[in-house]
Structure formats: structure tokens, C-alpha cells
Ligand binder design. Structure first.
Ligand code: C2O
Ligand code: CU
Length: 540
């Protein structure tokens, strides 16, 4: 295994898009940021240098960082921010991740522009469990506001309502030619007829699940979230923020130019309903039709197309890629995911009824502490967090009823963690609720991948639904969209001592408090304990 060294200089950079200029945070002047390439089991050391005027942290999304939570990155959870003018040597420890992951800022909303792909190759070159591609291309979906993202965030927090709608979605940093003032700002993928391409897609969008489709071409999904999947073909993709999808594209259609198009899937809230495009263009001499063909995308509110695509993901589960799903779970957790409201003075907030929108897990609205939870845990500093995160919601109710009495879901603020004993098997059922508005929640767990053993619409039935769990080939994910007014069951082993954030990957939902933290205790023996902190660990 190799050690790769890289430098990330974070700085404010002037940027022009959609005929409008602003200053954005970039890494090494690039947007999207640099792609990092590594091989299974390698270590990456990134010297993060903060030359900006604001705090920053970098998270390695989907990297388990075994026993080394120090480099995970979420601000005030595993570290205090890297302050302007300071630096942090972040060590990223790869273990069994393979395929496409990514990195992004994990402080305020700076991940809007501070993100990039992390590609992990198999130990033997091209040793893929699918036909070897002729070329590989990262495809990063992004979201763009003409205004400064810091202003978007502060207006959003002030207003108590939804954030301002973005001005464009992007493919590899480009909006495509369907927007005003973006004619030449399009990502183009040139393909040779007869060749096969592995597209490694990352959804770095802030607030939406996306539908993606390439005109005239079916694609074959072969991986997600840093693990292989059983190949399946589809004419569209649904991808959550935080999630990655690896898929094969065969250039087997009539040489021409075709649009790749992406648009939101959204069942509630206010959102940008525009379509971003890239061009897939066959090489060679032929007459191109004047304009490329635009593929039809599933309807914006098509919950079934979103959930069904996600529901088709399966682990390979063959003899070279065995799975290791806990067949029984020692710890059973049931977490409700809710959007909430809190009254504002003079009904002056912009949420429904003039109130403030909030979100919660088991009715607790997560508050970031002043000192990183990991620092407090490791150094036994008291009063930073509580260890009372409940294993169930305070009361059971009909979570997906059309109307839910408000007293059942009034949230409390809290910085509570759930402690897991080393190596326990955990089953966690996420239950979406219909408080305020039912909506999908792409839930992400740091420090682990988990098996998605079941999902459904409506209320989870703890007697019946577990009988239908898939314990044969459940997909291994780090981010999973819990369907609107539905549930998703995951299982994992708490084999990674540390402090690990779990949250909705919609940026507005985590800002509203839809998150919590697991602390996995040390086990017995040196290989079951947190490693010591790095010398330059940013403290508060
Ligand atoms: Cu992709 Cu907590 O993050
Ligand atoms: Cu959410």
C-alpha cells in the first residue's frame, strides 16, 4: 500500500458563471476540486492550508478511517475548524473501500464549491467484476447560486424558511446550454463508437436528489458508495446528495451528439427545477444534427422512480466479494426523521404559519457544541455533549398520517450521542414522518458503510417487515435515501471506535438539526482502540 501526499490550498477565488461573478472558496484554485486517485488500502496525506478568510474542514465522504476519527472532518464533531492562516495534515486511511468516493468541506455551506472525487482502484489494475472500460470519467453534479454562498446561508438561517433557490445545477462545474448565458459553458464527453466508458458519478448537489439520463442510451450500474453492485441496466439514474453511482456507458448508438441531462427529484419544499446538461459526442466525421436530443426525465415529484432505482441496488455477494451483513442485531434503534416548526416572535419567520423550520431525529434538533465532541470524549472534558440519545422516539404515533398533532413532534434542542459498545451489531430503522411535510431524507453515516436490508412506504411494522429483510445481497452504502413517508432499515457492525456523525445530506436539513452522533467505545486490545491524535490536530 502506498502513501500519497497532496496539498490542498483553500482560498477565495474570483469566479464567473451565468454572466455573473463572485468569489468562491476553492481548493488549489479549481472548481470542482482536484480528483484524488488511490488504490485499495492506501493512505493519503493531505496538507490542508487555509488561505481563506473563514474556517474550513475537509471530510472524506465514505472513507471509514479505521480507529482514526481525527481526520474525518465534520466541524465541532471530530475537530475544530482549520482557522484562516493555519494548516492541518490530514491522514486519510483507506481500508476496503473501492470505486468512487469523494471529499468535501464540512463547515457551514462551503461544500457548495469545496468538493472533488476520490477514486479508489482495485489492487490489481483493471481487476473489475464487470467488462473492463476503455476509459473512466468522473462526473460531479453540483449546484450554483449567483450570490455568495455565505449570504445564501445567512439569509436562510435568518429567515427561518427554505433557502433561496439556486440558479443552476452543474455537471463537472458546467451548467450546460439550456440556461440563460451559458451557451459555451458545457461539459463535453467525447466517445468513440464501439467503446465502453465507466462514468463515476458523485452527487455534490446541496439540497436535492437528482434524476439523470443520457438520451438514447441505457446505462449499466456497477457500483455505488465505494462498493461494487450487481450490474443492472436502466435508462435513468436517481442519485442522492452524498451518494456515488458508477455505471458503464456503451457508445453503441448512431454517431451523433446526445444530451446527458439532470434535474431534481423533489416531493416537497421549494427548489430549482431547471435542467443541467452535458454533451456526449461521438468522434469522427459525420453530420451532426443541429441540436442534440434531450432525454425525457422522470417527473420532478416521481417518488416511485426515485425509490425504485435505489431499491434495485444489490451487493455482488459472490465468492470473491462476500458480504458480511449481521444476521442478527444486538442493538435495535428506531429513529424518526422529522421536519418541525418552532414559533417566532410576531410570526416573523418565513416557514409555514410564520414559524421557523427545524428538523430532528427522534424529536431532538441537533446542536453543534463549542468544542469538538471527539476532543471532549478523548480528553474527558465534561459538559460538551450528553450520552442520552434515545433509541426510540419519545412516543409512538402514526408517523405517516395526513395530519399529525403537533404536541407529538415538538422538538427539543440537544447535543446527544448514542454510545455503542465495540463490535456490537446494530440495526437502525429510519422512519420518515409527515410532520410539516413528508420528504425523502438521504441519510449518511460517517465511519461506516452499512447494509440496506429493507425499505418500504408507510409506517415500519416491527413484527412483519423484518421477515422480508434482504440478508442475501443487500447493498453496502454510506448514504441512503429514506423514501418520503416511508422507512429504511440498515445494519452494521460498530467495529470502528470513534465519534461518528450521522445526518441527512440535504444541507438545509442538517442546518435545521437533522443529525446525531454515535460514539463507538474502544474494545479490548490495541487493535480495537482509537489511535492517538495527530500533533497538529485543530483544537478549539
Ligand atoms: Cu458527505 Cu457528513 O457528509
Ligand atoms: Cu433530510
Amino acid at each position: 500500500a502506498l502513501v500519497h501526499k497532496r496539498t490542498f490550498v483553500v482560498a477565495d477565488t474570483p469566479y464567473n458563471k451565468l454572466c455573473s461573478s463572485k468569489s468562491i472558496l476553492t481548493v488549489n484554485g479549481q472548481f470542482p476540486g482536484p480528483t484524488i486517485y488511490a488504490t485499495e488500502g492506501d493512505t493519503i496525506v493531505i496538507e490542508v492550508i487555509n488561505r481563506a478568510t473563514e474556517n474550513i474542514t475537509i471530510h472524506w465522504h465514505g472513507v471509514k478511517q479505521p480507529r482514526y476519527p481525527w481526520s474525518d472532518g465534520p466541524e465541532y464533531v471530530t475537530q475544530c475548524p482549520i482557522q484562516p492562516g493555519t494548516r492541518f495534515n490530514q491522514k486519510i486511511v483507506l481500508s476496503d473501500e473501492i470505486g468512487t468516493l469523494w471529499w468535501h468541506a464540512h463547515s457551514d455551506w462551503s461544500r457548495a464549491t469545496v468538493h472533488g472525487a476520490l477514486i479508489v482502484y482495485p489492487r490489481k489494475k483493471n481487476d473489475y467484476p464487470f467488462p473492463v472500460p476503455d476509459a473512466e470519467v468522473p462526473i460531479i453534479l453540483g449546484e450554483w447560486w449567483k450570490s455568495d454562498i455565505r449570504e445564501v446561508l445567512s439569509e436562510f438561517l435568518q429567515s427561518g424558511g427554505d433557502p433561496n433557490i439556486s440558479d443552476a445545477f452543474l455537471i463537472n462545474g458546467h451548467p450546460g446550454d439550456l440556461y440563460a448565458c451559458s451557451k459555451r459553458d458545457t461539459f463535453k464527453l467525447t466517445v468513440d463508437y464501439g467503446k465502453r466508458y465507466l462514468l463515476r458519478m458523485v452527487n455534490a448537489v446541496m439540497n436535492n436528489i437528482m434524476f439523470v439520463r443520457i438520451a438514447n442510451h441505457n446505462i449499466t450500474v456497477v457500483g455505488s458508495d465505494g462498493a461494487y453492485t450487481k450490474p443492472f441496466t436502466s435508462d435513468y439514474i436517481a442519485i442522492s446528495p452524498g451518494q456515488t453511482i458508477d455505471f458503464l456507458l456503451e457508445a453503441n448508438q448512431k454517431p451523433s451528439h446526445y444530451y446527458m441531462a439532470a434535474r431534481v427529484y423533489a416531493a416537497a419544499g421549494t427548489y430549482d427545477n431547471t435542467t443541467t446538461t452535458a454533451i456526449v459526442e461521438y468522434s469522427g466525421n459525420y453530420t451532426r444534427p443541429s441540436s442534440p436530443l434531450l432525454p425525457p426525465l422522470p417527473a420532478i415529484n416521481d417518488t416511485f422512480s426515485s425509490a425504485n432505482f435505489t431499491g434495485r441496488l444489490r451487493s455482488l455477494a459472490d465468492k470473491n466479494h462476500p458480504i458480511d451483513v449481521p444476521l442478527k442485531a444486538k442493538t435495535i434503534l428506531f429513529f424518526t426523521l422529522s421536519i418541525n416548526l418552532r414559533p417566532c416572535a410576531n410570526n416573523s419567520c418565513e416557514g409555514p404559519f410564520g414559524e421557523r423550520l427545524l428538523a430532528s431525529v427522534n424529536n431532538i434538533t441537533f446542536q453543534l457544541p463549542r468544542i469538538a465532541i471527539l476532543q471532549a470524549y478523548y480528553n474527558r472534558i465534561r459538559g460538551v455533549y450528553g450520552d442520552d440519545f434515545p433509541k426510540d422516539p419519545p412516543v409512538a404515533y402514526n408517523y405517516t398520517a395526513a395530519v399529525i398533532p403537533r404536541d407529538l413532534w415538538t422538538p427539543e434542542n440537544g447535543t446527544e450521542v448514542r454510545v455503542l459498545e465495540y463490535n456490537t451489531t446494530v440495526e437502525l430503522v429510519f422512519q420518515g414522518t409527515n410532520t410539516v411535510a413528508g420528504i425523502d431524507h438521504p441519510m449518511h453515516l460517517h465511519g461506516h458503510s452499512f447494509y440496506v436490508v429493507g425499505w418500504g412506504f408507510g409506517n415500519f411494522d416491527k413484527d412483519k417487515d423484518p421477515l422480508n429483510y434482504n440478508l442475501v445481497d443487500p447493498p453496502l452504502q454510506n448514504t441512503i435515501a429514506v423514501p418520503r413517508n416511508g422507512w429504511t432499515a440498515i445494519r452494521f457492525r460498530a467495529d470502528n471506535p470513534g465519534v461518528w456523525l450521522m445526518h441527512c445530506h440535504f444541507e438545509r436539513h442538517i442546518s435545521w438539526g437533522m443529525g446525531m452522533v454515535f460514539i463507538t467505545r474502544n474494545g479490548k486490545g490495541r487493535d480495537a482502540r482509537i489511535r492517538p491524535p495527530p500533533p497538529d490536530y485543530p483544537r478549539c
